[in-house]
Design a protein around this ligand. Structure first.
Ligand code: NAD
Length: 308
């Protein structure tokens, strides 16, 4: 398959690398000049289990490519998605499928606005990746993809994409309610990522505070109310089961989650697509969401005082 990765940071580079290794024609599209230059000069540096290799994968700015692609894999941060869609608009047509696996609520609607005729699939993934500098990623662990075709996707296209992801050992699973999975993950991140960022602590440290348990319940109940109004079957029980499993002593990691790392590096966060999305939808629907609203404002305040 001829595949463009639109947003080739940590995750885009991982997926681009794995898809190229299984024989696909992959191009990494990005907007960070030093990252593109490093990949084209030396190859993408991929470190796995302490072993480093340089892999030749073409990297380019979106404006410099004009080929037809069978698949565009969108992997920006949620707040970068709209800008990327504008920059790849010349590559979008009804023959080019789009798959978006970025975190956050609202990505689907953004893509539909910019690419109404495109075959569209969305999903979520448990793969991880770390971008340690321009042109350099560390890949550890394994994961899977849960995805679903949303619109304009033929049976042949769906099968071809599923087979391509499977051949790349990305472990795809077709879902019949991927929006529930996306909301469940957003709810998990709205607790783990947001709380660790505000409390300046690692995931496992959240278990030390009784206040965290109370706050977690407030966030989850508001998610449940808004999800119900939106027709998403995310219940308090389901959300808490997911969050509590991630907080169990043998699971809660001795690490800072990605939002904490974003703030530490002086970058903006995905808060408007997590707690912030619930606050906005709650306002529109007349559903009170004070906990998610306050958390969103506090994270934005942290962004402003730490932004580089
Ligand atoms: P990322 O920050 O590594 O990359 C996103 C974009 O930001 C890329 O275009 C990248 O080039 C650019 N970027 C990164 N650092 C930059 C810098 N210093 N200067 C200029 N540009 C820079 O994002 P990611 O971790 O790949 O995440 C993409 C999506 O996948 C997000 O929605 C995220 O929540 C989700 N996700 C990430 C992981 C993970 O382990 N990284 C796991 C699951 C889901």
């Amino acid at each position: 398959m001829k595949i463009a990765i639109a947003g080739s940071g940590a995750m885009g580079s991982r997926f681009g690398y794995m898809l190229q290794q299984s024989g696909n024609d992959v191009t990494l599209l990005d907007l960070w000049p030093e990252h593109i230059a490093a990949i084209n000069d030396k190859g993408l540096s991929v470190e796995t289990n302490g072993k480093q290799q340089f892999v030749q994968i073409p990297a380019a700015f979106p404006k410099d490519v004009h080929d037809h692609y069978d698949l565009i894999l969108l992997f920006t941060k949620a707040m970068q998605l709209e800008d990327m869609l504008q920059k790849i608009s010349h590559l979008l047509d009804k023959e080019t499928a789009i798959l978006c696996l970025s975190n956050g609520i609202g990505n689907l609607e953004t893509i539909q606005k910019f690419a109404p005729k495109s075959p569209l699939l969305v999903g979520t993934t448990l793969w991880t990746s770390e971008l340690v500098g321009p042109g350099s990623v560390i890949l550890n662990g394994s994961g899977y993809i849960e995805f679903q075709s949303i619109e304009n996707v033929s049976h042949e296209t769906l099968t071809a994409i599923n087979d391509t992801l499977a051949e790349a050992q990305l472990n795809p699973r077709e879902s019949d309610n991927v929006l529930l999975s996306i909301w469940k993950k957003a709810c998990l991140n709205s607790v783990l990522n947001s709380f660790c960022t505000l409390l300046d602590c690692k995931v496992m440290d959240l278990n030390k505070s009784e206040y965290v348990a109370t706050l977690k319940d407030k966030v989850v109940l508001e998610f449940q109310d808004v999800a119900k109004a939106k027709g998403i079957p995310l219940t308090e029980k389901l959300a808490l089961t997911t969050i509590n499993a991630a907080l169990a002593p043998d699971q809660a990691g001795d690490h800072y989650p990605s939002m904490h790392q974003d703030i530490a590096s002086g970058r903006r966060t995905e808060i408007d697509y997590l707690n912030g999305a619930i606050a906005v939808m709650g306002r529109e629907l007349g559903i009170p969401t004070p906990a998610n609203e306050l958390i969103t404002e506090l994270i934005h305040a942290r962004e402003e005082v730490t932004l580089k």
